[in-house]
Design a protein around this ligand. Structure first.
Ligand code: ATP
Length: 505
């Protein structure tokens, strides 16, 4: 039977409730009335929709400060909205490379988390109605500047309302909110502009902020364009990804979340290219530390503690930066100091003070391990050298240098990577239709045979040959390479000069 609820029946229902209430008050004992009230409240709750709600205000609490959860949620929802919602708010902060989307006011979107449907609604909050009065909010949502409000100024503070089935309260509070924060963090990292920092010559009076100067980092090198042995390449990539994913492991064993790499090999074998590929793989910033411009150990310490998490700190050509050969020289320094102290105690004291302050092997070693423990977040230390034999073993011990990676002369597999990158020559043939595939594969086999026979050439030299033939086609470039390899094979061996012999001692 269909029930029709008109005004007359509503009126009689209300009258019945009033009569019932009066009767309850007049005839029921107080205990029974309390019992009945509780029963009715439970019944009413049972019929109410099972919806839990979380309110996330743009401005947080009494302080009116930014609420990072609001920014994270907006960033997260923006990515979801782009795919589904008919209307999105788009905003491009000046320092961001791409526009970011967010959920506009008075709009709703849905999300599914582990099979649970949740509903998000964005609303403006009337002044005075928000939890903390909404003091500092009102700016345009800016995920790149979540703490520096005020981009738009003056508008109503805003709020996100998250509704979910109440039986999944634990899932939403315990996991979904964290999931939103984690996803937003990943998005921020992916879309931020990465920076290359360099330390310029230190001047007296330099303040903290001027320790490093930076510009946008965009280097095309990736693990796919690196001409190295594929097994080595895959091994390094796996090691880096394992390192980046092991925050909990490092915390559990009580070690700083850092890893040290020493890249060594002749000039032009790809050490710098590998650093760039590492930064691109992990999406890290790069700090290019020029040790020769660092005047003292304490300056070095300041430089390093001001690096940010998710960064690669690189010291190129470490053997040229300092006299790091060993600490044997210290004995003769001590002898000289003793003699000087007999001649002039004041001069000896000044020398000792200078020696303590000037940058030293121990300063470098301290930052390689000890100092990092006071830094939060992950960092990769990379040293490069053409002469690993010149380095003090103390610098190389495990824990300081976790991996020593040799980048050598070009091998046949590395040549295939270069031929693919520069000439478009791959297993499936050549990109340029003007090249005869049989001639190209014959020349490749020729060049690979020469490399396998021990002819030494660096990837940089091969890149140079290929660049020199730009536009002339793969056949011309490979023919030139094969000629160069034959020339090297047939060239008389370079006699080892006295000077060269000394450098390899
Ligand atoms: N393994 C490689 N894979 C791809 N390109 C390479 C490789 N090695 C060298 N190159 C090319 O040669 C150029 C110089 O290489 P890179 O600066 O990385 O060498 P390096 O070992 O760091 O040299 P140096 O010791 O002189 O600093 C790069 O711009 C790149 O084009």
């Amino acid at each position: 039977m269909e029930m029709v609820l008109d005004w007359r029946s509503v009126g009689s229902l209300l009258a019945t409730i009033m009569v019932f209430r009066t009767a309850m008050r007049d005839f029921l004992p107080p205990e029974a009335e309390i019992f009945l009230r509780r029963l009715l409240t439970r019944l009413a709750a049972a019929f109410r929709p099972h919806v839990g709600t979380i309110l996330i205000d743009e401005a947080d609490g009494a302080s009116g400060g930014a609420n990072d959860l609001y920014d994270a949620s907006q960033l997260y929802l923006g990515a979801r909205c782009l795919a589904t919602a008919p209307t999105v708010r788009l905003h491009k902060p000046r320092q961001a490379p791409r526009p970011v989307a967010s959920l506009p006011d008075a709009h709703t979107t849905h999300d599914v988390f582990r099979g649970v449907l949740v509903k998000w609604t964005a609303r403006p909050v009337e002044r005075g109605a928000s939890a903390g009065g909404g003091g500092g909010g009102g700016g345009v949502f800016n995920p790149y500047n979540p703490y520096g409000r005020g981009g738009g100024g003056g508008g109503e503070p805003r709020r996100l309302e998250l509704q979910f089935p109440r039986q999944h309260r634990e899932l939403i509070h315990g996991h979904y909110i964290q999931h939103v924060i984690d996803e937003a963090t990943k998005m921020r990292l992916r879309s931020r502009e990465r920076r290359l920092y360099t330390n310029r010559a230190a001047a007296p009076g330099d303040d903290h902020h001027r320790l490093w100067t930076s510009h946008a980092f965009s280097h095309p090198s990736t693990f796919d364009t690196l001409a190295v042995d594929p097994a080595l390449r895959d091994d390094i990539r796996a090691d880096l990804l394992r390192f980046a994913a092991r925050r909990e492991h490092y915390a559990r064993v009580g070690r700083a979340w850092k890893r040290g790499y020493l890249l060594h090999g002749p000039p032009g074998t790809g050490k710098t290219s590998l650093v760039a590929a590492i930064a691109n793989l992990l999406e890290f910033d790069v700090y290019d530390l020029e040790l020769t411009t660092v005047p003292t150990n304490s300056h070095l310490r300041r430089l390093l503690v001001s690096t940010t998490p998710k960064s690669v700190v690189v010291v190129e050509d470490i053997d040229c930066s300092l006299d790091l050969s060993d600490r044997k020289n210290k004995a003769s320094d001590d002898e000289n100091a003793a003699q000087l102290s007999i001649i002039s105690p004041a001069a000896a004291a000044a020398m000792a003070a200078m020696g303590r302050e000037s940058i030293s092997l121990s300063g470098v070693l301290n930052f390689v391990d000890g100092l990092w423990s006071s830094c939060v977040g992950e960092r990769l230390m990379v040293f490069t050298t053409n002469h690993p034999e010149r380095l003090d073993p103390a610098l190389l011990r495990p824990g300081r240098m976790d991996r020593k990676i040799e980048l050598g002369y070009c091998s046949p597999p590395a040549l295939r990577v270069l031929a693919k990158n520069y000439l478009g020559v791959g297993d499936e043939g050549c990109e340029d239709a003007a090249d005869d595939p049989d001639t190209v594969s014959g020349l490749m086999a020729d060049a690979e045979g020469l490399l396998a026979a021990g002819v030494l050439i660096t990837p940089a030299d091969i890149a140079e040959v290929f660049m020199g033939c730009d536009g002339a086609g793969a056949t011309a470039a490979l023919r030139k390479l094969a000629d160069e390899l034959r020339r090297r094979r047939d060239a008389p061996a370079v006699p080892v000069t006295e000077e060269a012999a000394m450098t390899t001692e």
